[in-house]
Design a protein around this ligand. Structure first.
Ligand SMILES: Cc1cc2nc3c(=O)[nH]c(=O)nc-3n(C[C@H](O)[C@H](O)[C@H](O)COP(=O)(O)OP(=O)(O)OC[C@H]3O[C@@H](n4cnc5c(N)ncnc54)[C@H](O)[C@@H]3O)c2cc1C
Length: 455
């Protein structure tokens, strides 16, 4: 048995991915290698496209079976899988793909989906037993194979900002969440500072396969029996179901990567403003809570759910830019990029499904509510530090005299807001609500309800 990870140039160059993702993967492989030490094997880690690599391996070894998980990935990986399936068939290799986190392949609607998800989550986990599985290809042979391939160094620079990859770190996050951090889960989930501690932070470990949802689900259910705050545990486990719910949607309709699920919205055309997009990406829109959220996300790879939704809402509605542009950029900087959650969430926040409530977040109101002391803003937008708290939320409300008093010049020390929040909000809301009355949007909404809503 050979354990294999392939860094595919097609994905290394894909705009959805960036170095932070590949570093996380490298750290994860190093962690597995640690566990394999006493079995005298390790993961063969190389850079190659899949077909040339397997052609080479076939020239060296007989391959009987290949095992992987079912990947609900981007269009490129879907195409690669179809080609690889043909390759396996032509070479009489059996390829077994195991179910991943309760997402079912080949479904056409959601009949019995919830029941199936639950029964999968309750089913026993596979426990690796090194006494039974001990037929690994040894390190010497792996090195020989490697000599004719492009080796990948697993070295990364440990960063203070990003979560560290690897199962053992993921397990530590799980333990610390249930042992102490979960207590304020529901209370803090929408607060950008506090959520960093009170949410599980398991998302990159789940997205990159360090830890399975079934494992976390069973741990949570066991823990619940003696937990002080059962409501928080229930709120958490319901999100584990959302994880698969969203991925299932994407699995059944992968067009969501590039186009709105509701085809009625394809006629919505927006003019691209590079100036707006750049200001949003750089966190210099002149709206402090937006800029703080974006800068925090860029530097750490993480921001809580509500702030993700708000960043997207600002881009799509206030700046009136296409969701596809936000999607590509955010996938690159979310350490937990998971295509099946990412694309459907973006479309839902864009109001382009035709079935979900249209939500346009007011970033000032959200800032005052979820960062009332402006600690989060101050940390990420330090140029506002010398202002009183209320002006850190809205520096554009300072009079000229006040600006002099605080030694602060709007437009110099910090930008003026690039758009008017209330007028742009109204315009976006009018357009989207009007489109909801469109015949094509309504027809598509019915199709989507029939196909994707849990019965
Ligand atoms: C525009 C947008 C894009 C998003 N993109 C991603 C993404 O690429 N990858 C990703 O993992 N999450 C994504 N989310 C969902 C959510 O924001 C993150 O899962 C969550 O913030 C991760 O933090 P946590 O692990 O502490 O979550 P917790 O609140 O502790 O939740 C536990 C797990 O449940 C799942 N989960 C939580 N919230 C959601 C949700 N709303 N929808 C689906 N699953 C959920 C995640 O796997 C998460 O790790 C996105 C949300 C929005 C609004």
């Amino acid at each position: 048995m050979l354990l294999l990870y392939v860094f595919e140039p097609t994905l290394l160059d894909d705009p959805h991915y960036s170095k932070r993702h590949w570093n996380f993967v490298k750290e994860s492989i190093s962690d597995i290698n640690q566990e394999l030490n006493n079995l005298n094997t390790r993961v063969l880690t190389v850079e190659s496209e899949i077909l040339p690599l397997f052609s080479y391996l076939l020239s060296q070894k007989k391959i009987v079976s290949i095992f992987s998980h079912q990947e609900t990935g981007i269009l490129k990986t879907f195409k690669r899988d179809k080609t690889f399936k043909r390759f396996c068939r032509n070479n009489s290799i059996s390829w077994t793909e195991s179910i991943n986190n309760g997402v079912f392949r080949g479904r056409t609607n959601r009949a019995n989906w919830k029941e199936d998800w639950e029964s999968y989550m309750k089913s026993s986990q596979f426990v690796f037993n090194s006494m039974i599985f001990n037929n690994f290809i040894d390190i010497d042979e792996i090195e020989t194979l490697e000599n004719n391939l492009i080796k990948v160094s697993l070295q990364t620079h440990k960063s203070d900002f990003f979560q560290y990859g690897g199962r053992s770190t993921g397990v530590k996050y799980q333990k610390s969440f249930f042992n102490e951090r979960y207590v304020n889960y529901s209370k803090h989930i929408s607060k950008p500072n506090e959520a960093r501690i009170s949410c599980s932070r398991l998302s990159p470990y789940i997205a990159w396969g360090n830890i399975s949802v079934r494992e976390v689900f069973q741990y949570a259910k066991e823990y619940r029996k003696t937990a002080k705050n059962k409501i928080a545990i229930d709120a958490f486990t319901s999100r584990l179901r959302w994880q698969a719910h969203f991925i299932q949607k994407f699995e059944m309709e992968c067009i969501m990567e590039t186009e709105s699920l509701n085809k009625g919205f394809h006629k919505l055309k927006k003019e691209i403003s590079e100036k707006y997009q750049e200001a949003w990406r750089d966190g210099v829109t002149g709206i402090p809570f937006i800029d703080a959220s974006m800068r925090c996300l860029s530097q750490t790879g993480y921001i809580n759910f509500r702030m993700r939704a708000m960043l997207v809402s600002f881009f799509i509605h206030n700046l009136w830019q296409p969701w596809q542009d936000a999607s590509k950029y955010l996938s690159k900087i979310f350490l937990d990029f998971e295509p099946g959650i990412h694309f459907p969430q973006l479309q839902m926040q864009a109001g382009e499904t035709g079935i979900n409530t249209i939500r346009i977040y007011n970033p000032i109101k959200n800032g005052l509510e979820h960062d009332s002391d402006a600690k989060f803003i101050t940390k990420w937008v330090p140029e506002l530090e010398q202002l009183p708290v209320r002006f850190r939320h809205e520096p554009n409300k300072l009079t000229n005299l006040e600006q002099k008093l605080y030694n602060f010049t709007l437009g110099v020390d910090y930008p003026k807001p690039i758009v008017n929040i209330s007028s742009t909000r109204k315009k976006a809301s009018d357009v989207i609500w009007n489109m909801r009355k469109d015949k094509d949007v309504i027809e598509e909404s019915i199709r989507i309800l029939n196909k994707h809503v849990i019965k």
